[in-house]
Design a protein around this ligand. Structure first.
Ligand code: AMP
Ligand code: GLY
Length: 423
């Protein structure tokens, strides 16, 4: 197949590496990509958020499948345009992508579909925010009602801080005040053809910047998969996945279909396992980053066939994707100053040594070529991904590898997957 992957992060690199691992060889194009992606795909200089540019490129180059990595092209209507021109695309149209882009849209769809989620109040003024905070109680959760790359949320016991966070957005947009959902978080991905869904294997993401879940929320500082503790709580991964499939993914996909906005692509369910059951914290309309970096290396079936089946409405004919028993861990290396003000342009060293550690590979997030070699071009720079038989082995490998990488001022968490190492 000739496959065009839109995006430039470690998620897109992970997708491309999974495509490259298949028995069938593909011609892979990436726009705009990064320096790491350029080693594994033909990098194309086109704007991934421009529907006309993407469509004419796909037409001119006989692309069989377009895979949309990030949310921005979805919200810009790139998938709509491709689908209109008959080009298979893995990614929802603008309307269905609101499931991620608008928190209030997502809440409405969940309510209509009977999907369990926390209570939420949409507030337009500081007084409304204050009333909602008092009604729902501490810990307080306040969210911007739009795309914020995981950074528009505050979770705090400090009422003034919650009010201050809301004040940043009020005036330009309303905010959501949400009930705090208490429990472990799980990310579970579903492939959807608009009608049928197929689940992937669950992962856990580390959203906070520092060890011990301290510091600001980020796009994600690390992840691991599978989740061994699902055994104790649900009797195993399959029982958990079945539960989420039937109570969350299928009702939402059916609801969107009934509304005339079918969801074709990757449905990301961000879940909290509360004492009152599994509840949705958020949906995304795309693969999660960094969870994808630990889920896809364990996928046994060809990713291209699954994505093409979703894009062309044939998921019903596909078996449920199988996953290797292996444990997978990823640790994100971020630039100094991330997430507030990342310092970019600094030189990266030691990548070959890191990748030479057994079971380790690198997924590039924000790298480019400078005069002195590879340089960091953004906040999250690289993902070290390690596979192993046990989590003790995969975490040891990931940390041995990341220690070999040089980046002045670079930061990473040292406790990724620590909670599952003894399992
Ligand atoms: P979001 O932008 O909705 O993905 O939120 C980012 C992170 O904030 C989540 O992954 C949670 O860790 C936390 N968070 C968001 N909403 C809630 C909530 N209602 N209860 C508890 N934690 C939350
Ligand atoms: N890892 C969180 C996200 O992709 O939104």
């Amino acid at each position: 197949m000739r496959i065009l992957v839109l995006g430039s992060g470690a998620r897109e690199h992970a997708i491309i590496l999974a495509l490259r691992q298949e028995a069938t060889e593909h011609e892979i194009f990436a726009a705009p990509g990064n320096a790491g992606i350029a080693q594994d795909a033909v990098v194309v200089a086109l704007d991934p958020t421009d529907p006309a540019q993407v469509t004419s490129y796909a037409n001119e180059h006989g692309i069989d499948l377009v895979v949309v990595g990030p949310e921005a092209p979805l919200v810009a209507g790139v998938a709509d345009e491709l689908r209109e021109r008959g080009i298979p695309v893995f990614g929802p149209g603008k309307a269905a992508a609101q499931l991620e882009g608008s928190k209030s849209f997502a809440k409405r769809v969940m309510e209509a579909a009977g999907v369990p989620t926390g209570r939420a109040v949409r507030a337009h003024t500081a007084d409304e925010v204050a009333a909602a905070l008092d009604e729902l109680g501490a810990p307080y959760v306040v969210k911007a009602d739009g795309l914020a790359a995981g950074k528009g949320v505050i979770v705090t016991d400090d009422r003034d801080a919650a009010l201050g966070h809301a004040a940043q957005y009020l005036g330009t947009a309303p905010v959501l005040v949400e009930e705090y959902l208490d429990g472990p978080e799980v990310s579970l991905f579903f492939l959807s053809d608009g009608d049928h869904v197929l689940p992937l294997s669950p992962a856990q993401d580390y959203k906070r910047l520092r060890d011990g879940d301290d510091g600001p929320n980020t796009g994600g500082m690390g992840a691991y998969s599978p989740l061994p503790w699902l055994l104790e709580r649900f009797g195993g991964e399959d029982a958990f996945v079945d539960l989420v499939t039937t109570t969350i993914a299928e009702p939402v996909v059916r609801q969107l279909d009934a509304e005339g906005t079918p969801f074709i692509g990757l449905l990301y369910a961000g879940l909290v396992l509360t004492d009152a059951g599994v509840k949705v914290i958020e949906f995304n309309a795309r693969f999660g980053d960094p969870e994808t970096q630990v889920v896809l290396p364990r996928l046994v079936d060809p990713l291209s066939e699954l994505m093409l089946a979703a894009a062309s409405g044939h998921l019903e004919d596909m078996p449920r994707p199988a996953f290797a028993e292996a444990t997978a861990v990823t640790v994100v290396l971020a630039s100094e100053g991330y997430p507030e003000a990342p310092v970019t342009g600094r030189v990266l060293t030691g990548l070959d040594d890191a990748a030479a550690v057994p079971g380790v590979h690198l997924a590039h997030a924000a790298t480019g070529r400078g005069d002195e070699g590879l340089v960091a071009t953004g906040g999250r720079v690289l993902n070290v991904v390690a596979l192993g038989t046990t989590f003790a082995e995969s975490t040891q490998r990931a940390y041995e590898a990341i220690a070999k990488i040089g980046l002045a001022g670079g930061q990473y968490r040292t406790d990724i997957a620590a909670r599952v190492v003894e399992d």
